[in-house]
Design a protein around this ligand. Structure first.
Ligand SMILES: [Zn+2]
Length: 261
């Protein structure tokens, strides 16, 4: 369990229930209902009398703060079952009135943070249907909003109406990153590359610190070498890996030299 490396301000809040009782499989985006900096929001959540918190906060300048470790259950969405499974994120509003808009910087950081949360928590995609009846059916919808659990307008219409767009942008980023990282890579391809890499190690390249040991080992026949190298000498493959099979063979030869086998 980790937190986002995108965080630049941390003020841990006492307002949480400790360890979650559920894996993280849901995202709940909230609005701060004000243009709070990440510091001001952190100070509010630091007050035990507020009895409120979120995992992350995003200011209008786009900075991201951590208030409650992802491992812990926040007091954010007026629902124990939701907060036990959701990462909760408070986003600052540039205007403290309906429709509770957020800045371009905060919106961009929200997408970055969501991509990071999904990757680290193995959430393959964000799913949004704007359907309260799908709460808990995470294979159909894994985003929830505060207004479904309490008589509040949170996250405000500006963010609420963009939930589909937010999911699309995050999923596009997740797919691109997965495809560029794993493009046509599978076990067969990996084996091929692995053997190709080991080919480069099959020569007599070696470091000087091991010279004495190498000379000793070849002279007494502990290491025999596999075939003849490009330089006409036995190919000792000094940089290549040693299998367990080769390891016991070396030990056995050594024991024989010592008269113990
Ligand atoms: Zn809320």
């Amino acid at each position: 369990m980790s937190n986002s490396s995108l965080v630049t301000h941390t003020k841990l809040s006492p307002n949480n229930s400790g360890k979650r009782n559920h894996i993280i499989d849901t995202i709940s985006i909230h609005c701060m209902a004000g243009n709070l900096s990440v510091e001001s929001c952190g100070n509010l959540f630091a007050n035990p009398d507020r009895k409120a918190s979120s995992n992350y906060g995003i200011g209008s300048d786009g900075r991201i703060a951590l208030y409650v470790d992802e491992a812990n259950r926040t007091w954010c969405t007026s629902s124990s079952s939701n907060d036990n499974r959701a990462i909760t994120i408070e986003v600052a509003n540039t205007v403290a009135a309906d429709p509770w808009p957020v800045s371009d910087e905060a919106y961009a950081s929200l997408i970055d943070l969501l991509v990071d949360i999904c990757k680290r928590n193995n959430i393959k995609a964000l799913l949004w249907k704007a359907d309260k009846n799908l709460i808990g059916q995470i294979n159909k919808q894994n985003m929830t909003v505060h207004r479904w659990f309490a008589s509040k307008s949170c996250p405000g219409d500006w963010l609420y109406n963009r939930h589909g767009e937010i999911a699309d942008e995050v999923n596009k980023r997740l797919n691109t990153e997965i495809n560029t990282e794993d493009d046509d890579m599978d076990v067969e391809k990996f084996k091929e590359l692995w053997l190709e890499m080991r080919k480069e190690l099959k020569d007599n390249d070696s470091n000087t610190y091991s010279k004495e040991a190498r000379t000793w080992a070849t002279e007494i026949g502990l290491i025999a070498g596999g075939g003849i190298g490009k330089d006409g000498n036995p190919n000792y493959m000094w940089e290549d890996l040693l299998t367990r099979e080769q390891f016991v063979t070396v030990l056995y030869r050594f024991a024989q030299l010592m008269g113990k086998a």
